[in-house]
Design a binder for this molecule. Structure first.
Ligand SMILES: [Zn+2]
Length: 310
């Protein structure tokens, strides 16, 4: 086990060296990093890094432009929906291209990877971080599946996010009804984090995927209890629509990564639709694509300000 850990540490160093080495060849700053590199300092200094779902050129440009404007790190994340829509080849090239030439540190992360195979494919395409979501499985199976991914990913110097508990709403085709939601158990969390060796830990504390149907009921005491014993960075899924004051409190308690998907897509899509309903609308590229991208960028800026405490 120790030998395995030693090798994984060496591989991480090797990946960092490889990323830095690109700087000497291209002369461009080394900006592509792992989520572990971004999030460990974030948790220590009590700020969070926003992770935004991207699916095309405009969405990637919007996120990077917002992060650069505020000089803050950011995470581009791609889930099964986005990968299947864009094609993994296409979206990973776009995301990695922009991440490598950004003026701020950027990680490229697989969100809600549903299988070992999906995770491996993303690592093979150059992602610096992956999530295996086996949270729908019984505890022991989730633990075993996550552990397998950690070993493979760490062998390539890539960070791993694991999840325990079940978040409500719909994500990548899986609909979790209210009766299926289960919150992260603090005792199970200790065993899960220790046994799997994950780098970042996603908790279920009452947020939902998609917009809330009723009033959000976020269990801050539960998060506090988990954070007492888990020292690795914590992740909040279902950040969209969560009140700002609650988000700030979760950051104070140890959340270092906040996922925003629905709100980001909505900022883009609502502008897209609103523009087209104008009578004067003209079908040219700036009207169709530039305005939605700018609206999405503006929304990302607001979130980054909030998460960073700016
Ligand atoms: Zn999620």
């Amino acid at each position: 086990m120790n030998l395995q850990k030693e090798q994984a540490d060496k591989n991480r160093q090797a990946l960092r060296f490889k990323l830095k080495f690109a700087y000497f060849i291209t002369g461009e700053p080394m900006s592509l990093v792992t989520t572990e590199e971004l999030l460990v300092p974030a948790r220590a200094d009590k700020y969070a890094v926003g992770a935004f779902e991207v699916w095309n050129m405009e969405s990637v440009q919007g996120v990077i432009a917002a992060a650069e404007r505020l000089n803050q790190p950011v995470i581009l994340q791609i889930g099964p929906y986005e990968a299947d829509h864009a094609g993994l080849e296409d979206i990973s090239h776009i995301a990695l291209y922009h991440a490598r030439r950004a003026k701020v540190p950027v990680a490229v992360h697989l969100d809600h990877g549903e299988s070992f195979e999906r995770v491996m494919l993303c690592i093979n395409h150059g992602f610096t971080s992956v999530m295996l979501d086996a949270s729908h499985l019984p505890f022991e199976e989730n633990l075993a599946a996550t552990k397998e991914v950690v070993r493979a990913a760490h062998g390539c110097g890539v960070s791993v996010e694991g999840e325990l508990g079940r978040i409500g709403g719909e994500e990548a085709g899986i609909n979790v009804t209210d009766s299926d939601i289960y919150l992260t158990d603090p005792d199970e969390a200790i065993e899960f984090v220790k046994e799997t060796g994950i780098d970042v830990f996603a908790v279920a504390i009452g947020t939902v995927h998609g917009f809330y149907q009723g009033k959000p009921n976020i269990r801050l005491e539960l998060l506090g209890k988990i954070a007492e014993t888990i020292s690795i960075p914590l992740v909040l899924h279902g950040g969209s629509g969560t009140p700002s004051d609650i988000l700030r409190k979760t950051i104070e308690l140890g959340i270092a990564k906040i996922n925003i998907c629905t709100e980001f897509v909505a900022a883009f899509a609502k502008t897209f639709v609103a523009e087209q309903s104008e009578e004067s609308f003209r079908y040219n590229v700036p009207s169709v694509f530039t305005k939605p991208r700018d609206a999405a960028k503006k929304m990302v800026e607001e979130k980054i300000r909030l998460f960073a405490g700016l």
